[in-house]
Design a protein around this ligand. Sequence first.
Ligand SMILES: *[C@@H]1O[C@H](CO)[C@@H](O)[C@H](O)[C@H]1NC(C)=O
Ligand SMILES: *[C@@H]1O[C@H](CO)[C@@H](O)[C@H](O)[C@H]1NC(C)=O
Ligand SMILES: *[C@@H]1O[C@H](CO)[C@@H](O)[C@H](O)[C@H]1NC(C)=O
Length: 192
Amino acid sequence: MAAQTWIWTSLTVVVTVILTVVNANSEGDALFTLRKSLSDPDNVLQSWDPTLVNPCTWFHITCNQDNRVTRVDLGNSNLSGHLVPELGRLEHLQYLELYKNNIQGIIPPELGNLKSLVSLDLYNNNISGTIPPSLGKLNSLVFLRLNDNRLTGPIPRDLANVSSLKVVDVSSNDLCGTIPTNGPFEHIPLNK
Ligand SMILES: *[C@@H]1O[C@H](CO)[C@@H](O)[C@H](O)[C@H]1NC(C)=O
Ligand SMILES: *[C@@H]1O[C@H](CO)[C@@H](O)[C@H](O)[C@H]1NC(C)=O
Ligand SMILES: *[C@@H]1O[C@H](CO)[C@@H](O)[C@H](O)[C@H]1NC(C)=O
């Protein structure tokens, strides 16, 4: 009986450790998927080693005390390629800074899952497609700068749900339709 209890306890510990490691690595895996999708002629992503236990020691990544990613700082880094849906898994991410690169493709709708996001800075890239309505779920968002890309379509009404928004710049794109005037847009001087 005692032996059986001991075995079960050991098994539980082992499973817990495995789950912790797997969970810690899932943010690293998401970021490594981004690395693989980008072209990086200046090797700014060289330190992004997926075999490390978490991405917290990688350059341009900041984590909180629980080793969860809070910042991705890759503005002005000469990157091209595409964003990846896996970015939506970084649930503690507050700052996604990818401005002034040459990133193309769409804004993944999964970015709407980044419930801690304060700042989404994708300005000065070559991003196309529409602004995903899912960004209306970003309840902590303050800065939304998507200017100087090749975005088309309307500004989603859903963005008016984000009461924390203070700065929105969507200028120098090919957007159409009307600008929301309700919610935070009553106070935001919008560049379209
Ligand atoms: C960006 O990368 C290209 C190669 O793709 C290189 O020719 C250019 O010098 C780089 N620019 C900067 C500012 O590092
Ligand atoms: C922008 O992306 C398009 C493809 O979507 C490509 O044809 C074009 O060359 C890119 N522009 C620049 C400046 O890289
Ligand atoms: C924004 O609010 C409207 C009205 O309450 C709701 O129908 C819509 O689903 C919300 N959008 C998002 C992305 O949460």
